[in-house]
Design a protein around this ligand. Structure first.
Ligand code: SAM
Length: 287
């Protein structure tokens, strides 16, 4: 029996694997030009994508992360969403959730082509919408891609890995400033912002940097079993629209329209929309 272990600081998580599926012609981990990629079949979590030793997404709990990185910001728009930029997100889960809001165009800027190819081949439940005609995939560094862009996007979603390797440049103030410029006058930025419990220092740094750039900054929580400590966060930076300013009646109507058209969501709902922004005292208490 094979066990996969992810270690982070002084703790870790073990998944019982029932087999290693990477690529038929290779019986070892894949070293892409950017990171080490591993795709596991596991007993309890379905297939699992691992980058540089960190679990990125599992078939069993991916819906939590992908619904929560998209819907709190997307439902803040009470108008049509036209153009969305996703940086990272090569497994396709964020694209799948964004398309439920019927945007005109989604640009996915993923640095590692291998991630998209493996996801398309091995994770159809997550990557299935990557070939949608509204989706344009650009294989480049999202940091470079956003430089010089002005007032183009309604939503920019940074669906990146931990601040090691190629993702490091996506956790910096100058990157956030470039994203600010690339957003329309009422545009919204979202990034995954690590675990307020297991990575409190990194989380607080992301929030602090975003507060220097956006007039409205709102961290919020979701509980993702296969991420360090299970307590996970995302942070919204907004130019004008406040996710907590959406009237419940308007949100209820938009939510009903979307779920009647696209099917039930498995995690996000109007109560979660407001409740997710409630943050426990310890998170921002000065050490
Ligand atoms: N959707 C995943 C989840 O559920 O947690 C998040 C991880 S997703 C696989 C992270 C992606 O960000 C990886 O595919 C990685 O190649 C990509 N990435 C890292 N740094 C990047 C950069 N600078 N520009 C574009 N993509 C980047």
């Amino acid at each position: 029996m094979l066990w996969f272990t992810e270690l982070y600081s002084g703790e870790g998580m073990e998944l019982k694997a029932t087999g290693l599926t990477i690529r038929a012609e290779e019986a070892k981990r894949v070293k892409t030009p950017y990171q080490e990629l591993l795709l596991l079949k596991t007993q309890d979590w379905g297939k699992v994508l691992v980058l540089d030793g960190a679990v990125q997404t599992t078939e069993r709990d991916e819906f939590i992360y992908h619904e929560m990185i998209v819907h709190p910001a997307a439902f803040t728009f009470t108008r049509e969403i036209e153009r969305v930029l996703i940086i990272g997100g090569g497994d396709g889960g964020t694209v799948r959730e964004v398309l439920k809001h019927q945007p005109k165009e989604v640009e996915l800027v993923e640095i590692d082509r291998e991630v998209v190819e493996v996801a398309k081949r091995e994770l159809p439940q997550i990557a299935g919408k990557l070939s949608d005609e509204r989706v344009k995939i650009v294989f480049t560094d999202g940091r470079e891609f956003v430089k010089g862009k002005e007032e183009i996007y309604d939503l920019i979603i940074v669906d990146c890995s931990d601040p090691i390797g190629p993702s490091k440049v996506l956790y910096q103030e100058d990157f956030y400033r470039d994203c600010f410029k690339a957003l329309k006058e009422d545009g919204i930025f979202i990034t995954q912002s690590e675990s307020p419990f297991a990575q409190n220092r990194v989380h607080k740094k992301v929030v602090k940097e975003l507060q220097k750039v956006f007039p409205i900054t709102r961290p919020y929580l979701a509980f993702i079993p296969t991420y360090p400590s299970g307590m996970w966060s995302f942070t919204i930076g907004s130019k004008r629209l406040d996710p907590l300013g959406v009237p419940p009646s308007a949100l209820g109507k938009l939510y009903k329209e979307l779920t009647e058209r696209e099917g039930e969501l498995k995690y996000y709902n109007p109560e979660i929309h407001y409740g997710a922004f409630a943050i426990p005292n310890f998170v921002y208490r000065e050490e």
